[in-house]
Unconditional design. Structure first.
Length: 612
């Protein structure tokens, strides 16, 4: 089958001028997408505009009569009057010749060329907009249709069916209909596609240039102040201190998550159909699973980071891995229990228990939704993996220089200046720039580079870890697209299960419950990692974020709402960085000899100037 051309060669005038437009597919003349695989489709642009016979009249008609005309109407109009178009082209050619000697007037030819270029540029946005909208609709419909088909044996229902099983097809009845769970499709991450565009990649280069300037400014300032180059990275080494403790804590969490949930589920699944008291049997194993989740994975890592006084970055690693293992264990049990119940209900002789390898793969896969199998890529691109990890380490150094050059000078002298509204306002606005940079770097380092690196090593096909959250015009869309991995878990296991339990009632209460769970977990992570409780993020997330979610909803589509979303996002990150940094430095400069429990809750930054 012949390959479609890389560019569309569009003849826009009778003089032979062509407009080359990148084209991923062939189109009909009415710009209706039919198939990206059919070589029979084509597109041609009408050449019958009376550009040259009467330029001023054509310009006036174009501006008045055709300004709001769609490209489809222009094309159809051209097809309806081919004879008229031919008549219009002939005078245009004759107008280039002088009546005296029959030679072409060079000045007139240049003027016509300039006019034709302007007309082509005027037509280009209409064409590109029409093609882009149709192509987006086509790709969206294609993905939706292909998702309903069996993609190479991948699990496409809520509960993955083991190979050869036919008696678990009704397991979806245990999910709130018509929801059938997350569908995994082999697809690339959005930034991988966008960074292939030169215009977008230039923004990436600008961030690299900014990092180089941060490094140069740090070296120059250190050389001027110290008389030598200082390359110690003391802040970075402090933040990741006591790393061996982090390593053995992670191994304990991993081995316990790998063994205990799988062992409990296997024991429960094999004995459920044979038990004379299945309810007591289920309650007993469910109780043991909850004890493991709360006692071992809940309190164990928290005790380690507090007892061993780990530094902040090391604490973040332990706490985030703790939360990840809890969510993965819950997903494994939540997805497989209904399959066993349905198998027992149908008196099946086969108990659908996943293999150890399937569970082990899930523990490392960059998703929080369990499936027996996922779409897989054919090979591993180790160069791509190395590049992603290199970018992660680059982001670490980027954040280090942001704290070193922008944050530390702002908060080191907190003890010397009284706490007031003026100081607070100046602090918030001075923290917006570093806060936004840290937001971008966190997103790029973790949600793109880190997850894509593990996805590539595991040949995990579905790389949609985020969507185009930067185009959001509402906070509800921002929450859905910022972190798709966590959003999927909250949507299926918190929101949908809440509605299923209450028979699809109380949707607002379900949304409120999701916000509460997310806000509490975020605040728990910050409180443990920073060693103090200062619920700024909880207030912003639970109150302002939830209010914006209901007020600024998906009905807001105008660009002004995207501007307002970004403005509030910038301001919120400035508030978070300012308040937590002030409190951190206040507790460093104003320590208490015998702190009580209330001292860990009471903000120290409000009274730091009085404590010596």
């Amino acid at each position: 089958m012949p390959q479609p051309p890389k560019y569309l060669r569009l003849q826009v005038t009778a003089l032979g001028d062509f407009l080359h437009v990148p084209c991923p597919c062939h189109l009909y003349t009415d710009v209706s997408l039919r198939s990206v695989f059919s070589p029979d489709l084509y597109i041609q642009l009408p050449v019958g505009y009376n550009h040259l016979a009467d330029p001023q009249t054509y310009h006036n008609k174009t501006m008045v009569g055709e300004e709001k005309m769609s490209l489809r109407n222009r094309l159809s109009k051209s097809r309806e009057n081919p004879e008229e178009d031919e008549d219009q082209r002939n005078p245009a050619k004759e107008s280039l010749e002088t009546p005296s000697n029959g030679r072409i007037d060079i000045k007139q030819l240049i003027a016509k060329k300039i006019q034709l270029t302007a007309e082509a540029e005027e037509l280009k946005p209409f064409f590109m907009k029409e093609v882009g909208s149709h192509f987006d609709d086509f790709v969206t419909n294609l993905i939706e249709k292909s998702a309903s088909l069996d993609n190479g044996g991948c699990a496409l229902t809520t509960f993955s069916v083991l190979e050869g099983e036919k008696n678990n097809h009704r397991a979806k009845d245990l999910r709130a209909p018509p929801e059938q769970g997350k569908i995994f499709i082999a697809r690339r991450s959005l930034l991988d596609e966008l960074l292939e565009v030169d215009h977008i990649r230039t923004i990436y280069h600008m961030f690299i240039a900014l990092l180089i300037l941060f490094i140069l400014s740090t070296l120059v300032v250190d050389y001027i102040d110290e008389g030598r180059l200082v390359l110690e990275f003391s802040l970075l080494s402090y933040a990741f201190g006591k790393f061996p403790t982090v390593v053995w804590t992670w191994w304990i969490m991993f081995l316990s998550t790998f063994s205990v949930p799988y062992f409990l589920f296997q024991r429960w699944a094999t004995g459920y159909s044979r038990s004379s008291h299945p309810l007591i049997h289920s309650f007993f194993h469910g109780f043991l699973f909850m004890v493991f989740q709360i006692g071992v994975l809940g309190f164990g890592p928290t005790y380690v980071v507090l007892a061993y006084t780990l530094p902040p970055a090391s604490r973040f690693i332990v706490i985030f891995e703790q939360i990840r293992f809890v969510m993965k264990a819950h997903s494994f049990v939540r997805e497989n229990v209904p399959r066993v119940l349905n198998s027992a209900k149908e008196k099946s002789s086969t108990v659908p228990i996943p293999t150890v390898n399937q569970y082990l793969y899930f523990l490392f896969a960059p998703t929080l939704i369990y499936r027996d199998s996922y779409p897989r890529t054919p090979t591993v691109r180790w160069g791509y993996v190395a590049m992603q990890f290199a970018q992660v380490f680059g982001c670490f150094f980027y954040v280090y220089y942001i704290f070193e050059r922008l944050c530390a000078p702002l908060f080191r002298n907190i003890k010397q200046e009284p706490f007031s509204a003026r100081v607070l306002v100046l602090c918030v606005f001075n923290s917006i720039l570093p806060g936004v940079l840290i937001l971008f770097l966190t997103f790029f380092a973790f949600l793109h580079c880190w997850l894509n690196a593990f996805a590539e090593m595991l040949r995990f096909g579905d790389r949609m870890f985020y969507k185009d959250w930067w185009n959001s015009t509402s906070y509800s869309n921002y929450y859905r697209t910022w972190n798709v991995v966590v959003h999927d878990w909250l949507y299926y296991y918190a929101y949908k299960d809440f509605l299923w339990f209450f028979s699809k009632r109380f949707k607002s209460a379900a949304m409120l419950a999701v916000f509460a769970v997310s806000a509490v977990v975020h605040e728990y992570a910050l409180a443990v990692c920073l060693s103090f409780f200062y619920p700024v993020l909880f207030v912003l997330f639970m109150f302002f974020g939830m209010a914006f979610n209901f007020i600024v909803n998906d009905s807001r589509k105008k660009p002004i709402w995207n501007v307002l979303m970004w403005t509030s996002l910038f301001l919120g990150n400035g508030v978070i960085l300012c308040f937590y940094s002030q409190e951190w430095y206040a507790r460093q400069h104003c320590p208490l000899k015998n702190p009580t429990f209330l001292d860990y809750v009471r903000p120290r930054s409000w009274t730091c100037r009085y404590v010596f």
